[in-house]
Ligand binder design. Structure first.
Ligand SMILES: Cc1cc2nc3c(=O)[nH]c(=O)nc-3n(C[C@H](O)[C@H](O)[C@H](O)COP(=O)(O)OP(=O)(O)OC[C@H]3O[C@@H](n4cnc5c(N)ncnc54)[C@H](O)[C@@H]3O)c2cc1C
Length: 382
């Protein structure tokens, strides 16, 4: 087993880049939407065989055990690589099971999640509980050795492709604070009583779903962590997620595509375009500096401060501005579904524009994060 942390950061980056260049299927080049299981199965298998499905997981669970610097490099280098349904299982559930799961839960799910045999959906949001997630109403009643779940989840990504779902459920209605009565349960998605309905997004793909629970029975042993402590389990990854979303690579990638399209359209020397793109470029430079600041904090082994929300807001707002400009500069070929060729490059401006829209919602909506910053930083400074 190779210890990737022994390579220098440059050597490791080279290794990852070379692998992707050589092995990434050309049929997926330039694809920016999240892949279905059918689209990604072969590529997923290749990553699994290489032992590269789970960069952050410990080696004993089949991961690469990368330190945080190399995880960031790994994430940055795969930005040109479309993501499949692995994201929820590997980036979200895996680390939670490794930290809070029982030995049986780890044995049952970790290896099968790596191989793609178990594919996960995240059942957190509800029609009345999104930003204010702790208001969730889906409930689970303990009956003997089983929990009985009733309620509805929404915006559940890839539920149609998933084999399993992890759900936040209310197990105590009397708790003093709404965060205190919530538990974290695992369920087989084909359990009797679960109904899934796809929701088409702007791109026309059924990327997320509604999931209904009607007297769904799951064994008590599917509880992760302690009863009524699900909030702590669910929130354990929030800071690091904001750091990943805040990487300047997304914006650098979009800026690169903007530059290629502008060149193909003969706008290189257009004063108006240059003015706009220079402002965007400077924002991306600032973003890279801010990102480096937070990466240093993590490298020193310190907790990420609440200010990391600023990085997430800045990165996603900037990505939206760049993709808006990209769409504008692309002209009529930019609004063609499925992309077009600009110069020698195949680029899909409309899809990039669409994909940038929800980034200001995921990982905590930017409006809510601004509230958090105002309350926790500005209020304490005044
Ligand atoms: C691409 C995508 C994938 C997703 N995948 C999943 C998934 O797999 N599983 C899952 O459980 N959920 C998923 N979600 C749902 C996501 O977590 C919610 O959309 C998010 O929590 C926001 O909740 P909401 O949509 O109910 O909006 P709301 O909370 O109703 O917010 C609506 C608007 O009001 C603003 N707002 C709300 N409260 C405040 C406030 N206090 N102050 C100021 N402004 C406020 C928000 O910023 C937003 O602009 C996904 C969402 C997206 C976009």
């Amino acid at each position: 087993m190779i210890d990737w942390n022994r390579l220098s950061e440059d050597e490791f980056r080279h290794e990852v880049r070379t692998f992707y260049k050589k092995e990434y299927p050309t049929r997926l080049d330039g694809v920016w939407h999240h892949l279905t299981w059918d689209e990604s199965r072969d590529w997923y298998r290749k990553l699994y065989e290489k032992g590269w499905s789970a960069p952050s997981w410990p080696v004993e669970h089949g991961g690469m055990n990368l330190d945080i610097s190399r995880q960031l490099i790994f994430n940055e280098e795969r930005l040109d690589v479309a993501r499949g349904p692995d994201f929820v299982g590997i980036s979200m559930l895996g680390p939670i099971l490794i930290k809070y799961g029982t030995e049986e839960q780890k044995r049952t799910h970790l290896t099968k999640t790596l191989s793609g045999e178990h594919r996960w959906a995240q059942g957190y949001s509800e029609p009345g509980a999104g930003s204010d997630l702790a208001s969730l109403k889906t409930e689970a009643r303990l009956e003997g050795d089983e929990y009985v779940i009733n309620g509805q989840k929404i915006w559940t990504s890839w539920a149609l492709d998933a084999t399993h779902i992890f759900v936040l459920v209310r197990t105590d209605n009397q708790a003093a604070k709404k965060q205190q009565g919530i538990s974290f349960l695992l369920a087989y998605i084909k359990s009797p009583g679960i109904t899934i309905r796809g929701i088409r997004n702007l791109t026309g793909r059924p990327a997320f779903c509604e999931v209904f629970f009607d007297n769904v029975r799951v064994p008590k042993s599917n509880l992760v962590g302690e009863p009524n402590k699900g909030w702590t389990v669910a929130k354990s990854l929030v800071g690091i997620e904001r750091l990943f979303i805040g990487s300047p690579k997304h914006c650098q990638f979009a800026l690169d595509r903007l530059t290629r399209v502008a060149r193909a359209k003969g706008l290189d020397s257009d004063a108006g375009y240059l003015d706009d793109v220079t402002k965007l470029r400077l924002d991306v430079e600032d973003l890279a500096t801010l990102y480096a600041h937070f990466v240093d904090i993590v490298r020193r082994g310190e907790e990420l401060p609440v200010e990391v929300a600023m990085l997430k807001i800045f990165a996603t707002d900037t990505l939206q501005l760049i993709t808006e400009k990209l769409l504008e500069v692309s002209g009529e070929s930019g609004v063609m579904t499925g992309g077009a060729t600009f110069g020698n490059h195949f680029i899909d401006p409309l899809n990039m524009y669409y994909m940038a829209r929800p980034t200001t919602i995921g990982g905590g909506s930017n409006e809510v994060l601004r509230d958090v910053l105002a309350k926790q930083l500005l209020a304490s400074a005044s």
